[in-house]
Design a binder for this molecule. Structure first.
Ligand code: BES
Ligand code: MN
Ligand code: ZN
Length: 482
């Protein structure tokens, strides 16, 4: 999909479909629409789509009136979703070219570009017959002749949309194809194209460093583990003294290991590297948008399998930090790989950390599939992340990680256990485990187990991974102030 700005008057725009948004109670000044309003067919209700042919006075072949809902609820996030809905609607209706009429504002241009790219994207790579999901070739944003330059806003929307789709593609690879080294190859290819530094630590290197927790998880699989590291350095001028570390869980498949999971829905555990994919996508966008802060991404990648050399419940491993962990449940593997990656991020000089991980089923019990849980050891850092998420329309909810949760992770024989003794508060006890390794570095943990993929296709988005977290990461880096 190619997206460009078009400064011509609306009626001159020759395209298959011209899309106009109508808010509730704010009728557009297009005479031909009145008849439809009178008939109650056009009301402006959110998501309402009315496709009209040969509207007098317009060069476009068809005009799509898209309801934009209540004016007080309308913002860039709403428009991003609507652009996706429109694109998904038109894809199956022989529209090769689409024009969106919008106000000339940077936020709206970004939102439409992003939403259109996200909506257009299909995860049909492995289908032989892809004719059912045609893509729209050209999109123009009809912003009128007036107003400020909008090229940079368009570019940012395209960068974020493309990065998100890259992350979704990587996240959706089937687990027989995507093992840790394959994920590392994706990272390397992207890094080379984007001009990022890339280093992949293999098993031998991790043994030398002493990443016993990460390596313990990898033991049950024939596929060797990888710690993927990507580096972005800003130009010296205006550079921040901070160094942001982005850590993404990269379990390419989570069987649970010896503490094996039930069969139902186990296929979804190919998505246990969605945090890693979001970090990868964020780094691609960061390389293109060039924020003023150094960013290092770390993706610990393993496959959690119950092979004959797999770690057992009762094993005690030594982490990179020197602390020992009693592995009481091999299915609580995310925290084991993340703790070594977090420690390593600190050793590499990261001054601030954010991680994204499909860490616990408990977060989905608490928040459903609507909100990502945000846990932190530092209110300033939490505010930065919450702010970035709000600006990008990603829903985060602050969750607790008090000292008492750490106390529930006590082990009789090691420094800490990888599961708690009790049944409740599983998302917070998991976060308390990570906090043990992140402290005292300001850190936010995003538990995306409920939000990393959608189980059913949405009007604005195909079924599958969402790349959640990506936009928050990018925003955080772009708007960093010391
Ligand atoms: N990857 C899972 C968490 C998960 C579950 C993500 C469902 C998405 C959907 C994680 O590794 C895990 O197995 N967590 C366990 C922890 C428990 C053993 C303490 C869980 O949530 O059940
Ligand atoms: Mn698990
Ligand atoms: Zn997992």
């Amino acid at each position: 999909m190619k997206i460009t700005l078009d400064r011509r008057p609306l009626h001159e725009i020759d395209t298959d479909v011209l899309v106009v948004f109508e808010l509730e109670g704010k009728p557009l000044e297009i005479t031909a629409l009145q008849e439809f309003r009178d008939a109650g067919e056009i009301t402006g209700k959110s998501g309402e789509l009315t496709l009209l042919h040969r509207v007098p006075g317009f060069a476009a072949k068809r005009v799509l009136v898209a309801g934009a809902g209540k004016p007080e609820k309308f913002d860039a996030a709403v428009l991003r979703g609507l652009a996706g809905v429109v694109v998904r609607h038109l894809k199956t209706r022989a529209a090769g070219s689409v024009a969106f009429a919008i106000e000339p504002a940077a936020g709206l241009v970004m939102a439409v570009a992003e939403g259109a790219l996200l909506g257009d994207f299909e995860l049909d790579h492995f289908k032989s017959d892809r004719s059912g999901s045609k893509n729209i070739e050209t999109v123009v944003l009809a912003v009128g002749a007036e107003g400020q330059p909008l090229e940079a806003a368009l570019e940012r929307g395209v960068v974020l949309g493309e990065a998100s789709n890259f992350a979704r593609q990587v996240a959706n690879e089937p687990p027989n194809v995507q093992n840790p080294m394959r994920l590392a190859e994706h990272a390397r290819t992207m890094a080379t194209a984007a001009g990022l530094g890339c280093e992949v630590l293999d098993q031998k290197k991790m043994e030398e460093l002493g990443m016993g927790a990460l390596l313990g998880v990898a033991m049950g699989s024939d596929a060797p583990p990888a710690l993927i590291i990507l580096r972005y350095q800003p130009a010296v001028k205006g550079k921040s003294s901070a160094h942001l570390g982005l850590v993404g869980k990269g379990v390419t498949f989570d069987t649970g290991g010896i503490s094996i999971k039930p069969a139902e829905n186990m296929d979804k555990m190919k998505y246990d590297m969605c945090g890693g994919a979001a970090v990868l996508g964020a780094m691609q966008a960061i390389a293109r948008l060039k924020p003023p802060i150094a960013v290092t991404a770390l993706i610990p990648a393993v496959e959690n399998m119950p092979g004959s050399r797999a770690q057992r419940p009762g094993d005690i491993v030594k982490t990179l930090s020197g602390k020992t962990v009693e592995v009481l449940n091999t299915d609580a593997e995310g925290r084991l790989i993340l703790c070594d990656a977090i420690t390593y991020a600190k050793q590499l000089g990261c001054t601030h950390l954010v991680d994204a991980a499909t860490l616990t089923g408990a977060i989905a019990v608490a928040l459903g599939v609507l909100y990502t849980g945000a846990f932190s050891n530092d209110s300033g850092m939490l505010d930065r992340v919450l702010h970035a998420a709000r600006e990008e329309g990603e829903k985060l909810w602050h969750m607790p990680v008090d000292e008492e949760y750490r106390e529930m992770m006590k082990s009789a024989f090691a420094d800490i256990a990888n599961i708690s003794g009790g049944r409740y508060g599983g998302a917070s006890t998991a976060a308390a485990f990570l906090k043990e390794f992140a402290d005292p570095t300001p850190w936010v943990h995003l538990d995306i187990a409920g939000t990393a993929w959608v189980e059913e296709p949405k009007p604005h988005l195909a079924k599958g991974p969402t790349a959640v977290g990506l936009r928050t990461f990018v925003h955080l880096a772009e708007h960093w102030r010391d």
